[in-house]
Design a protein around this ligand. Structure first.
Ligand code: NDP
Length: 314
């Protein structure tokens, strides 16, 4: 069987594309990867997704989107795509342990994964003071002390943003030099609520019954360990777009994010569309991902309407 459309990834982008394509009677197949629901399933309450005046839990929002897609006939399959061949038509995806599946069009919504440090106390305190998203979780730290880890533009931006809520934000970076652009550094330096913990390598997130209490670091200047008391640890050490299975068949920027034609979700291969965080390192919001998922579905429908897929050659 050749699917008219396969959607890869089930975050807000993929599920929104699924709702639209299913409602257009295109019976999409949605491949659900190792983290069904995407990054939102690792957050707790979401207060900025329009339509939920009292907020909604991340996993519940994703579950609702999935049910909405199923209601219109979307088919879900759990699996790990190990290879995608975009050089012939129909496109061929290899699903680990299952075999090959074929599609006339593809929507890639595999997202990006926030990088973690891999230190003790980190994973077990996600949602209890450890976060990778200031926009999502900053609000919960009103009047509290926060550490932001990283020295790039994200760290500067998140630290600056978090001073809206926090009483103090300490920027901790493993080197004394910052990778961030000068303008972003200057803005953080000018902020009286930001202090600096430079040349300090994070070693362990410390926590008690009520969540995070501190960060143990190695002071690279003195060689001594220190504990910085804090209520929250925000990681801003970069994201990795999930594109490995594409093996360089689509154009990306230097960080690996898929490039799309501006104002569309079209990649360089006709019939392959990208939406959500896999093509967006700037906004990274559930609502903006959902918006591009809608765009991908409409681009996909129009492509199937207007193009004789069999006649396409590379
Ligand atoms: P970057 O890769 O630029 O910076 C990552 C930071 O995390 C670096 O300081 C790095 O340290 C540190 N880091 C990485 N791994 C570890 C680790 N294991 N332990 C401790 N520290 C670590 O990522 P960003 O997310 O900041 O930025 C990504 C891209 O997005 C950049 O191009 C940036 O310019 C862009 N961006 C632009 C914004 C804007 O224009 N408004 C806002 C946010 C991002 P080290 O330097 O030592 O390697």
């Amino acid at each position: 069987m050749i699917y008219k459309s396969i959607i890869i990834g089930t975050g807000p982008a993929g599920l929104t594309a699924a709702i639209y394509l299913a409602r257009a009677n295109l019976n999409p197949l949605i491949i659900e990867g190792p983290q069904p629901g995407g990054q939102l399933t690792t957050t707790t309450e979401i207060e900025n997704f329009p339509g939920f005046p009292d907020g909604i839990m991340g996993p519940e929002l994703m579950d609702n989107m999935r049910k909405q897609a199923e209601r219109f006939g979307a088919e879900f399959r759990t699996g790990w795509i190990i290879k995608a061949d975009l050089t012939s038509r129909p496109f061929v995806l290899t699903l680990e342990g299952v075999g090959e599946i074929q599609a006339e069009t593809l929507v890639i919504s595999t997202g990006a994964t926030a990088k973690y440090l891999g230190i003790p106390g980190e994973q077990e305190n996600i949602g209890r003071g450890v976060s990778t998203c200031a926009t999502c979780d900053g609000f919960f730290f009103r009047g509290k002390k926060i550490i932001v880890i990283g020295g790039g533009d994200s760290a500067m931006e998140e630290a600056h943003f978090l001073t809206r809520f926090a009483s103090e934000v300490v920027l901790v970076n493993r080197r004394s030099e910052l990778r961030a652009s000068k303008i972003m550094q200057d803005r953080a330096r000018a902020n009286p609520k930001v202090s600096w913990g430079l040349n300090k390598t994070p070693l362990e997130v410390l926590a008690g019954d009520r969540g995070v209490t501190g960060l143990k670091v190695l002071n690279n200047e003195t060689g001594l360990e220190e504990i910085i008391p804090t209520d929250g640890v925000f990681l801003a050490i970069g994201h990795t777009p999930n594109t490995r299975f594409l093996e360089g068949q689509l154009t990306t920027d230097e960080q690996g994010y898929l490039l799309v034609n501006p104002g569309t979700t079209e990649t360089g291969v006709p019939g392959v569309f990208a939406c959500g965080d896999v093509q967006d390192h700037r906004y990274r919001q559930a609502i903006s991902a959902a918006g591009t998922g809608c765009m991908a579905a409409i681009d996909c429908e129009r492509f199937l309407d207007n193009v004789n897929v069999e006649a396409l050659v590379h």
